[in-house]
Design a protein around this ligand. Structure first.
Ligand code: GDD
Ligand code: MN
Length: 360
């Protein structure tokens, strides 16, 4: 009977595929296992390389995804695609220590109370290999932040190397955010009850082939996911980003206004220039960050989007001023309070209408 599936998310890891399969074969000798590569149509032909091995060795399977990207979502898909009772996730670049797999499996097989086993770099005997100080610091920060949303005292919640009971993973799958890299953290926080875990130490190896896909976008997605878990119920992520960008836009407005007046423009045209610059800045930033999943592309779409965004914001400004004047003059509220209420109403208006008419 099949004992364990090893899910391997890959993007451009062709050179690592044969080595990894050979090492799995060695590490899991005597166990009944399958490997599931989940590849996002890597341009280097990773999927084809894995399929080639699969023709010789039936234990090697490939899920070839077209038109999609994402480490977490790849892992989820792989975990849901096996009949094995235990499923492990391991990086495809040989940085994780596959010799831990049989011990992970033993622990889960012998202790029915255990939900998952995590490979940890931060328990005795583990380590981060030859990371530079910068990466150690960033990883430590990400780990500290994650503690705020985590149920349970996991030493390495950023680990991408673990084994879990498949039925549990499948049960949690609908509640996973599936964004970014943090599949383990996601599983832990999606569960309504604290999961029971064990940790095994390992040393993160150096990557010798290919390159890391962890970049600024991934880091940002991580922060967004954390925010969502902590405050998403109260203030939606998108609205928070939209408002934050709005605040930056005020800075842009002031800078352009000041600059224009410095070179001799009179107030009214300078004020208009400031407003147009701020709206353009906000439109572009919202397009790349807040609505990156529905991003407008190409000159035509961008131009249309920009015009509707300016229209929405102009009406928003009228609403802002109208409401502020109303609470100030009619309800006798203080100046600052009236202004803030106006700004809030304007922001909600801009957000609600632009999400429908600009990025709808
Ligand atoms: N299918 C798929 N789609 N696979 C991906 C994608 C993607 O969009 N992005 C990355 N991968 C695969 C890589 O090919 C590799 O096998 C694995 O996911 C890890 O990606 P790396 O790009 O090598 O990440 P890393 O080494 O910087 O990060 C690792 O360490 C982190 C802890 O510091 C990963 O294990 C992370 O999960 C972990 O948090
Ligand atoms: Mn890696």
């Amino acid at each position: 009977m099949l004992e364990i599936a090893v899910v391997i998310p890959t993007f451009n890891e062709k050179a690592n595929v044969p080595t990894l399969v050979a090492r799995l074969d060695q590490a899991l000798a005597g166990r009944r296992w399958e490997a599931i590569f989940v590849d996002d149509d890597s341009p280097d032909g990773t999927a084809a390389a894995a399929r080639e091995l699969g023709r010789i060795d039936g234990r090697v399977r490939v899920i070839h995804r077209i038109g999609r990207r994402g480490l977490s979502s790849a892992c989820i898909e792989g975990m849901c695609a096996t009949a094995a009772p235990v499923v492990a996730v391991i990086d495809g670049d040989l940085q994780h220590d596959e010799t831990l797999l049989p011990r992970m499996l033993d622990l889960l097989q012998h202790d029915p109370a255990l939900d998952l086993v995590v490979g940890s770099r931060f328990v005795d005997g583990g380590g981060t290999g030859d990371w530079d100080r910068d990466r150690v610091a960033k990883s430590a920060l990400a780990t500290r932040l994650s503690r705020k949303v985590l149920k349970g005292d996991l030493s390495d919640p950023m680990s991408g190397f673990f084994a879990i009971r498949t039925d549990l993973a499948r049960r949690l799958a609908p509640d996973l955010s599936a964004i970014g890299f943090k599949i383990l953290l996601d599983l832990m926080t999606a569960s309504p009850v604290a999961l029971r875990f064990a940790e095994l130490p390992y040393t993160f190896r150096v990557r010798t082939e290919g390159e890391s896909k962890l970049d600024h976008v991934v880091a940002m997605e991580y922060l967004i996911a954390l925010y969502d878990r902590m405050f998403g119920r109260f203030v939606p992520v998108r609205f928070a980003m939209f408002s934050g960008i709005g605040v930056l836009g005020v800075g842009v407005h002031m800078a352009v206004l000041g600059l224009a007046m410095l070179v001799g423009t009179t107030f009214l045209p300078a004020q208009i220039m400031g407003a147009v610059a701020a709206m353009t800045f906000n439109f572009l930033l919202n397009n790349t960050l807040t609505y990156r999943d529905r991003r407008l592309k190409g000159l035509r779409q961008l131009l249309d989007g920009w015009v509707s965004f300016c229209v929405v914001c102009s009406v928003g400004l009228v609403a802002n001023i109208g409401i502020a004047a109303f609470v100030h003059d009619v309800r006798n509220s203080g100046v600052a309070a009236s202004a803030l209420i106006g700004i809030l109403v304007g922001a909600v208006w801009n957000y609600a209408l632009s999400s429908k008419f600009v990025w709808g």
